[in-house]
Design a protein around this ligand. Structure first.
Ligand SMILES: Nc1ncnc2c1ncn2[C@@H]1O[C@H](COP(=O)(O)OP(=O)(O)OP(=O)(O)O)[C@@H](O)[C@H]1O
Length: 243
């Protein structure tokens, strides 16, 4: 059976006056994929993610979530999406639980039981009544994920979710992503510049370089042809990327 298209990007373009940005991005993410958007600092990942989540208007092109245009029907398109773009914000003087209650107000069906469930899934239940200003970066990231999954989104869009995490924090986050993918069928779109982590976490990978998508493929295909994702990355950038 053909899988549904969770995310489609059709020629998304945003160029800043300095000539940088993201040019003519075409991508199609199937339901159930854990898609890794891999590229170095400044390659255009955040720009693309802002366009696909409606935070930035593209110069041209369109993003669709489950067939609905983010640009023309924002509320309907984003109904199934949870996202953390740039940083996971929280209210420092509120507890983890109180923070989630604030977010829960946006959704009529999210009750205390679901809040507890999200705290449990993200390993934050034991810190439920602690104020977030005392949290480490990893705990803040996890609280951010707890907030992003409150409404049971079918798609989670995470910008550099491993940024600033230590090894244990990275392992936790990777487990969390796999758990949500397996148990809840969540589709992920994750940006990262960490090649090794993308290799271990993602089922599909797109390489971005200099504001362009240079190639994309399933991780298992890449690893059957290349010794590691790093070899693939370097080869793709050399083949298509350098401008
Ligand atoms: N508001 C802006 N005005 C001008 N240039 C910008 C602006 N935002 C980003 N850029 C430039 O566009 C390019 C792409 O930036 P973007 O933030 O999308 O990259 P990124 O891949 O997310 O990088 P990072 O991993 O460092 O977050 C960079 O060269 C950046 O300097």
């Amino acid at each position: 059976m053909r899988k549904a298209k969770a995310i489609e990007m059709i020629g998304l373009t945003k160029m800043y006056p300095n000539g940088r940005g993201m040019r003519d991005l075409h991508l199609s993410i199937d339901e159930g994929d854990i898609f890794g958007f891999l590229g170095p600092n400044g390659s255009g990942k955040t720009t693309a993610m802002k366009m696909m989540t409606g935070l930035m208007k593209p110069d041209s092109g369109e993003a669709k979530i489950f067939g609905t245009s983010v640009q023309t029907d924002y509320v309907q398109a984003m109904k199934h999406v949870g996202c953390i773009i740039e940083t996971a914000e929280s209210y420092p003087y509120l507890t983890a639980n109180e923070n989630l209650k604030v977010f829960a107000r946006f959704y009529s069906h999210v009750d205390q039981r679901r809040i507890d469930e999200c705290l449990e899934i993200t390993g934050m239940l034991k810190y439920k009544n602690e104020k977030s200003r005392k949290f480490s970066l990893g705990m803040k990231q996890r609280l951010g994920v707890a907030a992003a999954i409150l409404s049971n989104p079918k798609v989670l869009i995470l910008d550099e979710p491993l940024n600033g995490l230590d090894v244990e924090g990275m392992l936790d986050m990777r487990r969390l992503i796999k758990r949500l993918s397996e148990e809840e069928g969540t589709t992920f779109f994750i940006s990262s510049h960490l090649i090794h982590d993308v290799e271990l976490t993602c089922t599909r990978i797109g390489v971005v370089y200099g504001g362009k998508l240079v190639n994309e493929d399933y991780t298992k295909n890449i690893l059957s042809d290349y010794a590691s994702l790093e070899h693939y990355f370097v080869s793709e950038v050399e083949r298509h990327g350098r401008v």
